[in-house]
Ligand binder design. Structure first.
Ligand SMILES: Nc1ncnc2c1ncn2[C@@H]1O[C@H](COP(=O)(O)OP(=O)(O)OP(=O)(O)O)[C@@H](O)[C@H]1O
Ligand SMILES: [Mg+2]
Length: 1107
C-alpha cells in the first residue's frame, strides 16, 4: 500500500514553541521556560529560525534510530519537530542539490554535547549519502578518525568525562553526486599543559590510561612500561578510573580504528613508543648539585628511567642528559652555555613532554588527513564541521581561556555577519524592503584582541620579543597603557580612573567585556605560555634520535637548518589559524548548532535554570532571536501556507484554483489581518509578528475542530444511515425467510393432520365393513353350528338307540349261549370223563411243542462258531428251552469245528489257549499277540551255516530259537543273544558266533517275572544254589514275550510236571549275583518313540520306562 502522504508542520503537536522566533513575549524567562518545558518532554532540540539549540539530555534518547533518519530524510526543515537531523539534511541537500558548500558550527561550553552533535551530523550524512564499496570505505575511515583523535585529544575533566581538549574542524568532501570522497581535519590549540599536570578530579589524555590498561604484557615490556598508574608522575591518581569507561576495551577500539584509518603497524607502534616516552619523561627527577661558582646545577637523580627512554627512542643518553643540565643560547655567532638549576630542569622536562605530545598529536592529525584525503583532483563540494570549545568563564581564567574566548568572539562575529547577510539576502531575493536591524556588533571586541598595532595579542608578542626582563606584570602594564581607553577593556591600573576603586578587579588581572559577558583574566603565565619555549638543546637532542617519528617531530633541531629567528608565539599562531578558519567559514553557508548543558552534574532530567540562563546569555541566543525577528518573525512559501490555512476562508476551501499567492492574499484579506503585519515576497509570505501567526494557528485549530465535527457529523449520519439501511434490508430478508419457514411448517402440520384424519376415517370404514362381514360370517357359522348340533343330537340319539339295541341283542345272545351251554353241558355231562380237560391240555401242549421244533428246524443258523444269529422265541413258556437249545447247538457246532483240526493245529490252539489263560486281562501286551501265530523257531539254525556248531551241540528238539535282548544288569543296556529252548534246557548263545554262553536246565528255572504293561521285558529266576544261578537271574526283552513265556511254561510243565510260576507285577526283584535289584516299570514319556527304555537308577533299582 502506498504510504499516505501526510503534510505535517513544525507547528503540529508542538510542546512550547519549536521555534524561539515564535516566542511571545520574548524575554529571558520565557526563553528558558520554553527550553525547560521542551526538555522535560524530551524535546532537546529547539530552533531559532535555522539555528538548532541542543540541550544535552545526558542519557540516550530513542531519537537517532535508522527510522528517524528515514523520517527526516528529504523533508523540509520546518516540516517535522526540531532535530539535529533536520539541520543535517538541510545542509546536505543544499550541498548536493544547490552546490553550496556548507559549514556546521557547533558551539557550547564543555560537556554541552558538541562532539556528540558533530558525530550525529557525520553519521546522518553517512547514512543518507550514496553507497557502494568505495564510498563505504571512505565513510568508515572518516567515522573511525573520531576514536583515534578522541583517545589522544580527549580527557576526563570535571565538566565532561570525554572532554575534547582541542578544537577540531573537519572538511568532508563530496563529489557532484553527493558521495563522500574524503576529508581534511584541522586541529586547534591542544591543551598540552594537561600532559604534565591535571587539575583536581581530572585526568590526563585518555591514551595514557588506555595504553596501560589495554596493552598486552608483551607490548608493555617492549615499551618498558608497568601497568600500575601510580608508577607515573604524569598520571593523576585520584580519578584514574572513570565510571562507565572501559579503558582496556577502548584501547582495542582505538587500535582497530587506527588500522581502518590506514596506520601501518610500525606507525601505530611508533606512536605508542612516543606516548611511552612522554610517560617516562615525567619520572625523571632532578637534584641540585653545587658548583664551584656557587651556583646550583641540576643533576638527574636516577638515570635508569633516562636510560630506558633513550633506548626506546634511540637517543644518545649523554646528549639528553646534558640537555637537561645545560642551555645553549646562540646570539649572532656566539654560543653561550649556561647551567640549568633544578627548577629550570623541571621546566625543560615538562616543556619537552608537552611539545613531544602536542607535536605527536599534530602528526596524528596530518597522518589521518593523508589517509582520508580525497583521491581525485576534481572540484569537490565541502561540508565543514566545527567542534570547538565554547566560551569559557572560570574563576581563574588564563591565557588558554583568553585564546578560546577570542575564538568564540570571532565565531560570534561571523555568526552575526552571516545571519544578517542571509536575512538581507532573503529580503532582496523576495523583494521585501530592508529595514534596519539593531544589534550588538562585537567587531570592536575582536579588534581589541587582534588588532595588529595595539591589540592585546600584538602587545603580548611585542612584550615577549622585547629584550630585557619580561614578566607578566610588565605585560599588564603595557596593556594598561595601550588599551586603557577601550570600552571593553577594564583594569585597576589603567590610566582611566573608572576602575580605581573596583575591588572585584584584582591588580594582577585585566577584564574584558566579551559579547557574552565579562571575563577576568589572571595575567600570570601569559608570557610563558605565549612563548611556549623549548630549549634548543632539547629539540636538537630529539632530532638526533634514531626513532624516525620523534626525529621528524623536531625539524628545528636540525643544526643545518638552524634558525635564529624565534618561532612564532602561540598567540600569533592561533590568531593566524583562526583567521584562516574564518576565511574558510565565510565562503560557506553556515548552519549553527548551539549546545547547552542543563546541569553541572552530568545527570539526566535536571534542568538548572541559572546555569542555562548563563549559557543563553553568553551564547547570545536572545540576541540571535532578536536579529531573526528584527524584520519578519515568520516566513513561509505560499503553497504550504495556503495549504495550511485554506480552510479559514470560504473561497480557498476546499480547493483554490488560482496561483497560491493570490489564494494567500484572498485568505489574509478575508481574515482581516492588518496590512502592516505581513508582506508578500516573491515566493514567501512574511509575517512580522508571531502573534499573527499564532492567531492564524488558533483559527486553524478552531476551524479544524469545526471541520472535524462536520466530518464526524457527516460520517456519523452516513454510518447510521448505512447501518439503518443494512438493518432494514436484513429485516426484510429475515422476515421473508421466517414467513417461508412458518408457512412451510404450517403446511407440514396440515398435511400430517390430514393424513391422520384420513387414516382414522379409513380405519373406521374398514372396521365397519369388517364388523359387518364378521356378523355375516357369525350368522352363517351359527346356522351351521346349530345344524351340526342338531344333526349330532339326532345321530347320538340314533346311536344310543342302536347301541341299546345291540346290547340287548348281545345280552340276548350271551344269555342264549349260556343257556345253550348250560343246556348242552346238562345234556352231554353224562358222556365225558372227569380228566378230559387235562388230556386236552396236554394234547394242545404237545401240538405246540411239535410245531415249535418243526419251525426251528427250518430256521437253524449257520454252523460257524462265531455266528451269533439265533431265531426269536415264539412262546414265552419255552424261554428256558429256547436258551438251552441255543447253547447245545453252539457246543455241538464248536465240536464239529474242532473235529476238523490236524494235530499240529490242535497244538497251536492249545498253546494259544494256554497263553490266554496265563495272560488275558493280566498283561497289556497280550491282545497284540493274539493275532500272531506262534512260530517258535524264528531263527533257522539249521539253514544258517554260521550256527552249524551250535546246531551240532544241541541234540534235543528246539522249541524256541529267537534273538532276544539280554539286559545288562549293571547299566540297563542290552546285548543281543540267541535264546534257545529245548525240552530240557534253556540256552543262550552269542548272536554272531553262535557260541553257547549259558545253559540252564529247566528244573533250575523257578519263576518268570514281567510287568503288566505293554512291554517285552521279562526276568527268568533261577533256583537258588543251582549251578546256573551263580551268575544270577536273567533279564531279557523280546518281541515275542507272550509266546516265549507260554512255551517255557508248557515245556516246564510237561518235563517237570510242575507249574512254572509266572509273576505279573510292575515291580519285582531280580537276583544279580549277591544283590537283589528291583526292576520297576513306570509309564514313561513318548520321547524315545514307542521303544521301552531301561536305565540303572542306583544299586538297587533298574527302571524301565514304558511308553
Ligand atoms: N545528544 C545526546 N544524547 C545523549 N547524550 C549526550 C548527547 N549529547 C551529549 N551527551 C552526553 O554528554 C556528554 C558530553 O558531550 P560531549 O563530549 O559532546 O561534550 P562537548 O560539548 O564536546 O564537551 P567538550 O567541550 O568538553 O568537548 C557525552 O559524553 C554524552 O554522555
Ligand atoms: Mg567535545
Amino acid at each position: 500500500m502506498a504510504k499516505m502522504e501526510v503534510k505535517t508542520s513544525l507547528l503540529d503537536n508542538m510542546i512550547g514553541v519549536g521555534d524561539m522566533v515564535l516566542l511571545e513575549p520574548l524575554n529571558e524567562e520565557t526563553f528558558i521556560n520554553n527550553l525547560k518545558k521542551r526538555f522535560d518532554h524530551n524535546e532537546i532540540y529547539t530552533y531559532i529560525g535555522s539555528v538548532v539549540i541542543s540541550v544535552n539530555p545526558y542519557r540516550s534518547l530513542p531519537i537517532y534510530s535508522p527510522e528517524k533518519v528515514e523520517d527526516y530524510r528529504n523533508r523540509n526543515f520546518y516540516e517535522l519537530s526540531p532535530h539535529i537531523f533536520a539541520l543535517s539534511d538541510e545542509a546536505y541537500r543544499s550541498l548536493r542539490d544547490q552546490d553550496k558548500d556548507q559549514c556546521i558550527l557547533i558551539t557550547g561550553e564543555s560537556g554541552a554535547g558538541k562532539t556528540e552533535a558533530s558525530k550525529l551530523v557525520m553519521s546522518y550524512v553517512a547514512a543518507v549519502c550514496g553507497k557502494g564499496a568505495e564510498v563505504n570505505q571512505v565513510k568508515e575511515q572518516l567515522l573511525q578518525s573520531n576514536p583515534v583523535l578522541e583517545a589522544f585529544g580527549n580527557a576526563k575533566t570535571v565538566r565532561n568525562d570525554n572532554s575534547s581538549r582541542f578544537g577540531k574542524y573537519m572538511d568532508i568532501e563530496f563529489d557532484f553526486k553527493g558521495d563522500p570522497l574524503g576529508g581534511v581535519i584541522s586541529n586547534y590549540l591542544l591543551e598540552k599543559s594537561r600532559v604534565v599536570k591535571q587539575p583536581r578530579g581530572e585526568r590526563n589524555f585518555h591514551v595514557f590510561y588506555q595504553l596501560l590498561s589495554g596493552a598486552s604484557e608483551e607490548l608493555l615490556n617492549k615499551l618498558t612500561l608497568e601497568r600500575d598508574f601510580s608508577r607515573y608522575n604524569y598520571l593523576s591518581l585520584d580519578s584514574a578510573k572513570v565510571n562507565g569507561v572501559d579503558d582496556a576495551a577502548n584501547f582495542r577500539t582505538v587500535r582497530n580504528a587506527m588500522q581502518i584509518v590506514g596506520f601501518m603497524d610500525h606507525e601505530a607502534e611508533s606512536v605508542l613508543e612516543v606516548v611511552a616516552a612522554v610517560l617516562k619523561l615525567g619520572n625523571i627527577e632532578f637534584k641540585p648539585e653545587s658548583r664551584v661558582n656557587g651556583l646550583d646545577e641540576s643533576k638527574i637523580k636516577d638515570k635508569n628511567e633516562l636510560k630506558e627512554i633513550c633506548e626506546l627512542t634511540g637517543i644518545d643518553q649523554s646528549v639528553l642528559e646534558r640537555a637537561f643540565s645545560f642551555r645553549t643560547v646562540e646570539a649572532k655567532q656566539e654560543k653561550v652555555s649556561t647551567t640549568l638549576n633544578v627548577a629550570q630542569a623541571y621546566y625543560a622536562r615538562d616543556a619537552l613532554a608537552k611539545n613531544l605530545y602536542s607535536r605527536l598529536f599534530s602528526w596524528l592529525v596530518n597522518r589521518i588527513n593523508e589517509s582520508i584525503k580525497a583521491q581525485t583532483k576534481v572540484r569537490k563540494k565541502v561540508m565543514g564541521v566545527l567542534d570547538i570549545y565554547g566560551f569559557e568563564i572560570f574563576e581563574d581564567n588564563s591565557f588558554e581561556q583568553f585564546i578560546i574566548n577570542y575564538c568564540n568572539e570571532k565565531l560570534q562575529q561571523i555568526f552575526i555577519e552571516l545571519t544578517l547577510k542571509e536575512e538581507q539576502e532573503e529580503y532582496i531575493r523576495e523583494g521585501i524592503e530592508w529595514t534596519h536591524i539593531d544589534y550588538f556588533n562585537n567587531a570592536i571586541i575582536c579588534d581589541l584582541i587582534e588588532n595588529n598595532t595595539n591589540g592585546i595579542l600584538a602587545m603580548l608578542d611585542e612584550e615577549c620579543l622585547r629584550p630585557g626582563t619580561v614578566t607578566d606584570e610588565t605585560f599588564l602594564e603595557k596593556l594598561n597603557q595601550v588599551c586603557a581607553t577601550h570600552q571593553h577593556f577594564e583594569s585597576r591600573m589603567s590610566k582611566s580612573s573608572r576602575f580605581l576603586n573596583d575591588t572585584s578587579l584584582p591588580h594582577s588581572c585585566f577584564r574584558i567585556q566579551h559579547y557574552a559577558g565579562k571575563v577576568l583574566y589572571q595575567v600570570e603565565g601569559f608570557v610563558d605560555k605565549n612563548n611556549d619555549l623549548l630549549y634548543r638543546d632539547l629539540s636538537q637532542a630529539m632530532w638526533k634520535a634514531s626513532h624516525t617519528l620523534i626525529k621528524s617531530l623536531f625539524p628545528e633541531g636540525n643544526p643545518a637548518k638552524i634558525n635564529l629567528k624565534r618561532p612564532p608565539t602561540a598567540g600569533s599562531q592561533f590568531k593566524a589559524s583562526v583567521a584562516t578558519l574564518m576565511k574558510n567559514l565565510q565562503t560557506k553557508n553556515p548552519n549553527y548548532i548551539r549546545c547547552i548543558k542543563p546541569n553541572d552534574k552530568k545527570a539526566a532530567h535536571i534542568f538548572n535554570e541559572a546555569l542555562v540562563c548563563h549559557q543563553i546569555r553568553y551564547l547570545g541566543l536572545l540576541e540571535n532571536v532578536r536579529v531573526r525577528r528584527a524584520g519578519y518573525a515568520f516566513r513561509q512559501a505560499y503553497e504550504p501556507c495556503l495549504e495550511r490555512y485554506k480552510m479559514l476562508c470560504k473561497q480557498t476551501w476546499p480547493h483554490w484554483k488560482g496561483p497560491a499567492r493570490a489564494g494567500v492574499e484572498v485568505l489574509f484579506n478575508e481574515l482581516e489581518i492588518p496590512m502592516e503585519e505581513y508582506s508578500f515576497g516573491r515566493s514567501k509570505i512574511f509575517i512580522r509578528n508571531p502573534r499573527t501567526l499564532f492567531k492564524l494557528e488558533d483559527l486553524r485549530k478552531q476551524r479544524l475542530e469545526d471541520l472535524a465535527t462536520l466530518i464526524q457529523k457527516i460520517y456519523r449520519g452516513w454510518k447510521c444511515r448505512t447501518h439503518f439501511l443494512l438493518m432494514r434490508k436484513s429485516q426484510i430478508v429475515i422476515a421473508a425467510w421466517y414467513r417461508r419457514y412458518a408457512q412451510q411448517k404450517r403446511y407440514q402440520q396440515i398435511k400430517s393432520s390430514a393424513l391422520v384424519i384420513q387414516s382414522y376415517i379409513r380405519g373406521w370404514k374398514a372396521r365397519k365393513i369388517l364388523r359387518e362381514l364378521k356378523h355375516q360370517k357369525r350368522c352363517e357359522e351359527a346356522a351351521t353350528t346349530i345344524a351340526a348340533y342338531w344333526h349330532g343330537t339326532q345321530a347320538r340319539r340314533e346311536l344310543k338307540r342302536l347301541k341299546e339295541e345291540a346290547r340287548r341283542k348281545h345280552a340276548v345272545a350271551v344269555i342264549w349261549a349260556y343257556w345253550l351251554g348250560l343246556k348242552v353241558r346238562r345234556e352231554y355231562r353224562k358222556f365225558f370223563r372227569a380228566n378230559a380237560g387235562k388230556k386236552i391240555y396236554e394234547f394242545t401242549l404237545q401240538r405246540i411243542v411239535q410245531k415249535y421244533f418243526l419251525e426251528m428246524k427250518n430256521k437253524m443258523p449257520s454252523l460257524s462258531p462265531i455266528d451269533k444269529n439265533w431265531p426269536s422265541r415264539p412262546y414265552l413258556f419255552l424261554d428256558s428251552t429256547h436258551k438251552e437249545l441255543k447253547r447245545i447247538f453252539h457246543l455241538w457246532r464248536c465240536k464239529k469245528y474242532r473235529d476238523q483240526f490236524t494235530d499240529q493245529q490242535k497244538l497251536i490252539y492249545e498253546e494259544k489257549l494256554e497263553a490266554s489263560e496265563l495272560f488275558k486281562d493280566k498283561k497289556a501286551l497280550y491282545p497284540s499277540s493274539v493275532g500272531q501265530p506262534f512260530q517258535g523257531a524264528y531263527l533257522e539254525i539249521n539253514k544258517n551255516p554260521k550256527y552249524k556248531k551250535l546246531k551240532d551241540a544241541i541234540e534235543e528238539k528246539i522249541i524256541i530259537a529267537e534273538v532276544v535282548n539280554k539286559i545288562n544288569r549293571a547299566n540297563g543296556k542290552s546285548t543281543s543273544r540267541i535264546f534257545l529252548l529245548t525240552n530240557n534246557n534253556l540256552l543262550l548263545a552269542d548272536q554272531k558266533s553262535g557260541q553257547i554262553k549259558s545253559e540252564v536246565p529247566l528244573v533250575d528255572v523257578t519263576k518268570v517275572s514281567m510287568s503288566s504293561q505293554n512291554d517285552g521285558f521279562f526276568a527268568i529266576h533261577l533256583k537258588e544254589g543251582s549251578e546256573a544261578a551263580s551268575k544270577g537271574d536273567f533279564l531279557f526283552s523280546s518281541d515275542h514275550l507272550i509266546e516265549m513265556a507260554t512255551k517255557l511254561y508248557r515245556t516246564t510243565l510237561s518235563q517237570t510236571k510242575q507249574k512254572l510260576s509266572i509273576e505279573i507285577s510292575d515291580e519285582f526283584l531280580v537276583q544279580f549275583r549277591q544283590d537283589k535289584v528291583c526292576v520297576k516299570f513306570i509309564q514313561g514319556n513318548q520321547k524315545n518313540g514307542s521303544v521301552p527304555t531301561c536305565k540303572r537308577k542306583n544299586n538297587r533299582l533298574l527302571e524301565v520306562a514304558v511308553p
